[in-house]
Design a protein around this ligand. Structure first.
Ligand SMILES: NC(=O)c1ccc[n+]([C@@H]2O[C@H](COP(=O)([O-])OP(=O)(O)OC[C@H]3O[C@@H](n4cnc5c(N)ncnc54)[C@H](O)[C@@H]3O)[C@@H](O)[C@H]2O)c1
Length: 330
């Protein structure tokens, strides 16, 4: 297999911290280009000569141009990556999630990048009545975070040309343990509360939330480095495991942890359901998520047992919004 050089923006985030070691294990070179908002997540692999860590901002075109040289693949993960953190400072959010995107794509093309893999989001659909939310349905994003994901997709596809192959992935919500852990995502929130408080609060419960285990998520990005170009060229794929309701997720968490956990229901006005179909990616790329939500819960449980997660209720680094409030990025 030909080794590659991969430029990963936001590579020191939740998804990146699981992805980068896997890519290195295959012998590829990696440039992580990140602000390292959540700290030094690669302390145990830092000395790997194939890993280059660049602390910089994706709004800094000069730095991107300097460090993307000789790379052949971009995986673009850098983002203000949830609604509340985006809404904290919408101008900042737009500058990172949208304004920086076009220059990044243009520099990538100028510097000879062959494949550009973009982490969009299944939230671009908004709420759909269709039972199967497939990639051809219209995008009706409900928040600015999702709106700019959708607009970046358009920019990327319009930049397609010979030798530059864009690929868009619309992932469900990720779950499970990673070196840089997020405890502000559905399954992970419920697991943290169940383990540490013995109680899960469910607001509503019937709303569906599609999820994907982080190991499947990062296996997919890993595969995307090598799928034949004609199979990924200008393609858009949803990816999720199962579309469970919050009630079902709470039950999965309780059953996995096998201890006394109270599930308490509270009222909410927001009973919006999100769900996605992942049939296209199975049919065209043969990709099927293999890990269950139970396994994701168990991975977090084990990490708690090994004391890999500390002060999980209060430490800012597990919560994007708290970190954003704390670092005062401009
Ligand atoms: N985690 C999920 O459930 C999920 C679901 C769907 C899509 N996504 C998308 O996948 C991507 C990765 O998600 P994640 O959960 O790993 O997010 P994350 O917040 O953990 O990581 C984002 C990383 O981007 C970096 N970053 C932010 N702004 C930057 C800037 N201006 N310059 C350089 N680096 C910057 C941060 O330091 C962080 O390391 C995001 O684009 C997100 O929107 C995630």
């Amino acid at each position: 297999m030909k080794t590659k050089k991969i430029f990963i923006t936001g590579g020191a985030g939740y998804v990146g911290s699981s992805l980068v070691p896997k890519i290195l294990q295959l012998g590829h070179e990696v440039v992580v280009f990140d602000l390292f908002m959540y700290g030094d997540v690669f302390f145990n692999i830092k000395k790997n000569p194939k890993l280059k860590l660049v602390k910089s901002d994706i709004r800094n075109s000069k730095d991107i141009r300097k460090h993307i040289k000789d790379c052949d693949t971009v995986i673009h993960l850098a983002c203000i990556s949830n609604d509340p953190s985006f809404e904290l400072n919408p101008e900042l959010g737009k500058s990172i999630n949208y304004d920086a995107f076009k220059p990044l794509v243009e520099i990538s093309k100028e510097e000879g990048i062959e494949r550009f893999i973009y982490a969009s989001s299944s939230s671009v659909y908004g709420v759909k009545n269709e039972l199967e939310v497939t990639e051809d349905l219209s995008l009706e994003p409900l928040t600015d975070y999702s709106k700019y994901k959708a607009l970046c997709e358009e920019i990327l596809l319009s930049n397609k040309e010979k030798g530059f192959y864009p690929l868009i992935i619309r992932p469900a919500t990720v779950c499970g343990y990673a070196q840089r852990l997020r405890l502000d995502l559905t399954v992970n929130i419920l697991t943290n509360h169940a383990i540490n408080n013995g109680i899960i609060k469910v607001f509503g419960g019937s709303q569906k939330r599609p999820n994907i285990n982080i190991d499947d998520m990062t296996d997919l990005y890993l595969n995307c480095i090598n799928y034949p170009l004609d199979k990924i060229d200008s393609k858009v794929f949803n990816v999720g495991y199962e579309n469970h309701s919050i009630d079902e997720i709470a039950d999965i968490v309780r059953n996995t942890l096998k201890k006394k956990i109270d599930i308490v229901h509270e009222k909410t006005d927001d009973l919006r359901s999100y769900h996605v179909s992942s049939k296209k990616i199975e049919k065209e790329l043969g990709f099927v998520p293999k890990r269950t939500i139970n396994e994701a819960v168990e991975s977090i449980n084990q990490a708690f047992n090994k004391k890999l997660i500390t002060n999980s209720m209060i430490d800012n680094r597990y919560y994007n919004i708290k970190t954003m409030q704390n670092i005062n990025l401009q």
